[in-house]
Unconditional design. Structure first.
Length: 273
């Protein structure tokens, strides 16, 4: 917003300006306000390199904005892959105590800002009559009205944390990761779940489909399908273990923070990777 006009001004004056690289995390604003496509085209014509965090984002610049392929590149989001020092059972005891979970029922977790885009109410609707499973919503409010709405809908077996410092501990204690988001670039929270070896059940949207066969999917128009797939995953340990292994390997091979940082360093230095 600020760097592009400054670079344009420097160009008009004939003076130098540092290399300008812009990372685009999603294009949802274009769908909501098509006029922003004009702004994106102007900025992309002045920016040295535009990085899309997914092939889909990159292709908006290449195909809709006609940015040359060398100036519109894809660098996938990445996540740190770390070994947790304690066993799953120890984290489970801690998280059970934190949220007052006294049963041995499966724990699902959803890490996201609490905004309409992330669609928490869809999961609540699917799970409100399912006390045989617990779910933990982790993430801050991004919309006070929506936050209050969600708070008022919560049954006892759905827990809302807000911001917290022990996200990895909650992931380590959980059995499954779930997301009902209606739009994603490359979903970092899903990558973090994969790094923690959690099988994922995700809304069937392009950003999530980047995970390929390493995740299971449900339609956002079908609550019955979501409930059926949750129960199916809980009962099928072989599928659960396969999804867990496949996603973990996918994160290691393609979405690690090391892979991401190397690609960004190459982009800033002007070297191919």
């Amino acid at each position: 917003m600020y760097a592009v006009p400054l670079k344009l001004l420097a160009k008009l004056k004939g003076s130098t300006f540092p290399k300008l690289i812009h990372t685009a995390h999603g294009m949802d604003h274009i769908h909501k306000r098509p006029i922003t496509l004009v702004y994106e085209k102007l900025c992309a014509s002045i920016t040295d390199v535009t990085v899309g965090v997914s092939p889909a984002v990159m292709n908006v610049y290449r195909q809709r904005l006609f940015v040359h392929h060398e100036r519109a590149i894809n660098i996938n989001n990445g996540t740190l892959i770390e070994n947790m020092p304690f066993s799953k059972g120890e984290y489970r005891k801690k998280i059970n105590a934190q949220f007052g979970i006294t049963n041995g029922n499966p724990i699902w977790v959803y890490v996201a800002r609490v905004v309409p885009l992330k669609n928490h109410h869809f999961i609540i609707e699917a799970m409100k009559d399912s006390p045989q499973r617990n779910i933990i919503f982790v993430g801050p409010s991004g919309d006070d009205h929506y936050w209050e709405k969600i708070q008022n809908l919560l049954p006892p077996h759905i827990h809302m944390v807000g911001s917290c410092s022990n996200v990895n501990e909650i992931l380590a204690a959980s059995d499954f990761y779930i997301s009902a988001s209606t739009h994603e670039g490359i979903p970092v929270a899903v990558l973090e779940a994969g790094a923690m070896k959690l099988p994922c059940l995700l809304s069937d949207i392009p950003g999530h489909r980047m995970m390929g066969e390493a995740a299971e999917y449900f339609s956002l128009e079908n609550i019955h399908e979501l409930k059926t797939k949750m129960a199916w995953l809980e009962k099928n340990s072989e599928i659960k273990n396969t999804l867990s292994y496949n996603l973990h390997q996918k994160v290691i091979n393609h979405y690690s923070s090391k892979t991401m940082s190397d690609a960004y360093l190459a982009a800033y230095s002007g070297k191919a990777i």
